[in-house]
Design a protein. Structure first.
Length: 309
């Protein structure tokens, strides 16, 4: 009999943390699981660490050539045999009741269940909470980037949309969840309890804010143009996408990515001209009059003058 749940762990140079991740998968109170680890051509001692699990029938270890992380996640999807999938990065961990709690919330009409998470940056930990889902599912996932390990999803749904986009350097779960929300997820359940721990490590993809917001803006634009199209772009979705891209634009300006920021701003304006710039009203007026680049530079100059006394 195939297992009910596949816990899928991509590993690349994670010798210091992969044991913690695998142990948290094996510690699940729901026991009908398989744990699949694909090592993505690690050059450290990750494979040596993983050798300790070779005798556990629930665990399968696959050593493969380096193919980038999203390709490894898709390889994991191809290997999975469970009805449901739970992703887990090699530097994160699951609470023991994570899978059990999510499965208990499934009914025939529920398509996905996800939880909150605790996240750590350095030694400090705090809970990241998501708002309760209401209204349009697509709009919810436009406004909320749900981390990869939080959902328990049906394997057939994830495979049906083609899995992860190998070309993306980050935001892969954001892109995947948008496609799932559009094509398969009709009813979603959120459990407002932190049942995962997400570690933000120095130099990790999630800590590279410039790349993150460049990619996020690109994912949203592609989703609007290629996935939603004219018929799928309701007013609510237009406003949500424009709002999120405006935020990306402002952050990119702070990193000196003026061309990318202006392109994102222009697309957001064309999509929803009424969507306000993400700032207080006097500054919004400045952006309207002189554009985001000049307005942000003026704001930075004024801030420096104010601090210097």
């Amino acid at each position: 009999m195939p297992p009910r749940v596949s816990i899928l762990i991509p590993c690349y140079n994670a010798a210091a943390t992969v044991e913690r991740a695998v142990d948290s998968a094996l510690a699940q109170t729901f026991r009908d699981i398989e744990v699949i680890v694909v090592d993505d051509g690690s050059t450290d001692s990750s494979l040596a660490v993983l050798e300790r699990y070779r005798g556990d029938a629930r665990v399968s270890i696959h050593a493969e050539p380096h193919r980038v992380e999203n390709g490894t996640r898709n390889r994991l999807l191809a290997l999975a045999q469970g009805e449901f999938v739970q992703f887990l990065d090699a530097d994160d961990e699951l609470a023991p009741k994570k899978v059990e709690a999510c499965l208990a919330a499934f009914t025939e009409d529920v398509d996905v269940v996800f939880t909150d998470r605790e996240f750590h940056s350095g030694n400090a930990g705090q809970v990241g909470r998501y708002p309760e889902p209401t209204g349009d599912v697509v709009t919810y996932f436009i406004r909320n980037s749900v981390v990869t390990m939080l959902p328990v999803s049906r394997l057939t749904d994830v495979r049906a949309v083609g899995g992860f986009d190998p070309s993306l350097p980050c935001c892969q779960e954001y892109d995947l969840h948008l496609r799932l929300a559009l094509h398969h997820w009709r009813k979603i359940r959120h459990l407002p309890i932190p049942l995962c721990t997400y570690y933000v490590l120095p130099g990790s993809v999630s800590s590279n804010q410039e790349r993150l917001f460049t990619t996020r803006a690109a994912v949203l634009r592609r989703f609007a143009e290629e996935q939603l199209g004219v018929e799928g772009l309701t007013r609510e979705r237009r406003d949500a996408i424009a709002t999120e891209i405006m935020v990306c634009s402002r952050i990119l300006l702070r990193y000196g990515r003026d061309d990318d920021a202006v392109a994102a701003y222009a697309f957001a304006r064309s999509l929803s001209p009424e969507t306000p710039y993400p700032a207080k009203w006097p500054f919004r007026l400045a952006v309207t009059l002189v554009g985001p680049v000049a307005a942000e530079r003026a704001r930075s100059w004024l801030a420096r003058r104010w601090r210097s006394g």
